[in-house]
Structures are given as structure tokens and as C-alpha cells.
Design a protein around this ligand. Structure first.
Ligand code: PGA
Length: 262
């Protein structure tokens, strides 16, 4: 009986978390191509039960915010800097994003961590700044193939989560999104199996429960990302701890509509 109740409770909590499907366009699409893509996907991504977000290159933000007006799509950035303003050539502030109409910001994508040497100390500052400005962070974490083979996946991810969320309150965590993206699955066509993805997403939720409490863990939305496509989305999204997807390659194609409606 107690077990049955626990199951019902899980179902209710799961249903309470609105799914979020976000496209990560990466360094693709010029401003005019971006507007054309928004137009192409407009009818395909209609779904009021799911939050739909396009995280786009900085230069595409203004035209894409304009192009999604009147649709169910919200706009995110792919990165930002933590300082308020000043001599940081090439960087973009949280306030600039907010003023342009951006709601979400991807932080700590493995490509930023790897190619641009972003570490957890920097990411913690960015997460804090995003909240201060009123942006919803989509904080990425994930292990390399080597780490998975060494059996340290969860140790590594727990380290990332604990460092990146240092000083972040329970209420802030309840409002944010965490994206689990195994590095070996990004852009490789190699998706984690639904069970592998579920296991780590559950591990992230357990980590949040330990750091905060059960209510915070139940509220935080956890996405899977890494070669998610129209063919595998439904199975991944059916798992109890997977609340959405962060989608790279397939977000630039009509397939994205199929994922939103999976
Ligand atoms: P992919 O990228 O879907 O092309 O694997 C996912 C991501 O990097 O967010």
C-alpha cells in the first residue's frame, strides 16, 4: 500500500513538472536564416502543454524574439558573462539578454567547458548572475566517455552540480533547468539509452534532494541532451526523471516539431 502511494505521488510530481523542449542552435543560422527557420517550424512546434525554447546565437536573439511573437516559443541565449558591464570585449551581459526579451540561458554546455575553458567557479558566478537578472538558467552537466568507462559518471556530475549551484537557494533551484548531456552522445548520433539517461537524471535529482530537500528535487526540471531526435524522443521523455530535452542538430529541422509533440 505504502509503495502504491509512493508511486502515485511520483506520478503527481512528474505531472506537475511541465516538460521543456529546448533547441540549442549552437553556431548555426545567420539572422535571416534564423527568421526563416522560426517561420518554417511555427506550426510544427505548437503545443501548449510543453515549454518550447529556442536557444540561439547572440546575433540572432533580436530578430528571433521578434519572429516568435504571438507563438508559444520563448527565446534563450547560449551563453552570457557574469559581470554587470564594462571592459569585457566580446561578451554579453545578463541585463542585455533580459532587455532583448530573452527568458532562458544555457550555462556550462560541454562545448563551452571544453573549447572555451569555462570551469565550475566561473559557471557558479554565471548561474548567480542569471538568477539576479531574472533569467532561467539551463545548466548543463555530463561525463566524457572515459569517465563513464571508469565508472565515475555520477561522482563527476555531482561535483559539477554541487560546485555550480554553490550559494543558490532552494527556490532558485526549483525554478531552473538542469540538462544532463553525456559528452559522448553530443552530435555523435550515439544516444544514451533511455535507461542510462533515466539513471543519471534520477541521480541528479537525488543529489538535489541531498543538497536541498525533497520538494526542491521534485520541482527542478531535468532534461536529457545528446543526439535526441524524432525517433528516440518519445522513449526518453517517457522516463520518470526526464522532464524534457536539450536538442542540438535536430532543433534545426522539422524533426524538432516531432520531438515537441513526442
Ligand atoms: P545534439 O546536441 O542534439 O546535436 O547531440 C545536443 C547539445 O549539445 O545540446
Amino acid at each position: 500500500m505504502a509503495v502504491e502511494h509512493a508511486g502515485c505521488f511520483e506520478m503527481e510530481e512528474k505531472m506537475a513538472r511541465k516538460k521543456i523542449i529546448a533547441g540549442n542552435w549552437k553556431m548555426n543560422k545567420t539572422p535571416s536564416e534564423a527568421v526563416a527557420l522560426v517561420e518554417e517550424l511555427k506550426d510544427l512546434v505548437k503545443n501548449d502543454e510543453v515549454a518550447v525554447v529556442y536557444c540561439v546565437p547572440a546575433i540572432d536573439i533580436v530578430p528571433v524574439v521578434e519572429a516568435v511573437k504571438g507563438t508559444n516559443v520563448e527565446v534563450g541565449a547560449e551563453n552570457m558573462y557574469f559581470e554587470e558591464s564594462g571592459a569585457y570585449t566580446g561578451e554579453i551581459s545578463a541585463a542585455m539578454l533580459v532587455d532583448a526579451g530573452v527568458k532562458y540561458v544555457i550555462l556550462g554546455h560541454s562545448e563551452r567547458r571544453d573549447y572555451f575553458k569555462e570551469d565550475d567557479c566561473l559557471l557558479n558566478k554565471k548561474v548567480k548572475k542569471a538568477f539576479e537578472a531574472g533569467l532561467t538558467p539551463i545548466l548543463c552537466c555530463g561525463e566524457s566517455l572515459e569517465q563513464r568507462e571508469l565508472g565515475v559518471t555520477m561522482d563527476w556530475i555531482r561535483l559539477q552540480i554541487k560546485s555550480d549551484l554553490s550559494g543558490i537557494t532552494a527556490d532558485q533551484v526549483k525554478a531552473m533547468v538542469i540538462a544532463y548531456e553525456p559528452i559522448w552522445a553530443i552530435g555523435t548520433g550515439k544516444t544514451a539509452t533511455a535507461d542510462q539517461a533515466q539513471e543519471v537524471c534520477k541521480g541528479i535529482r537525488d543529489c538535489i534532494a541531498e543538497m536541498y530537500d525533497a520538494a526542491t528535487a521534485d520541482a527542478v526540471r531535468i532534461q536529457y541532451g545528446g543526439s535526441m531526435n524524432a525517433g528516440n524522443a518519445a522513449e526518453l521523455l517517457s522516463k520518470p526523471d526526464i522532464d524534457g530535452g536539450l536538442i542540438g542538430g535536430a532543433s534545426l529541422k522539422p524533426d524538432f516539431g516531432k520531438i515537441v509533440n513526442a
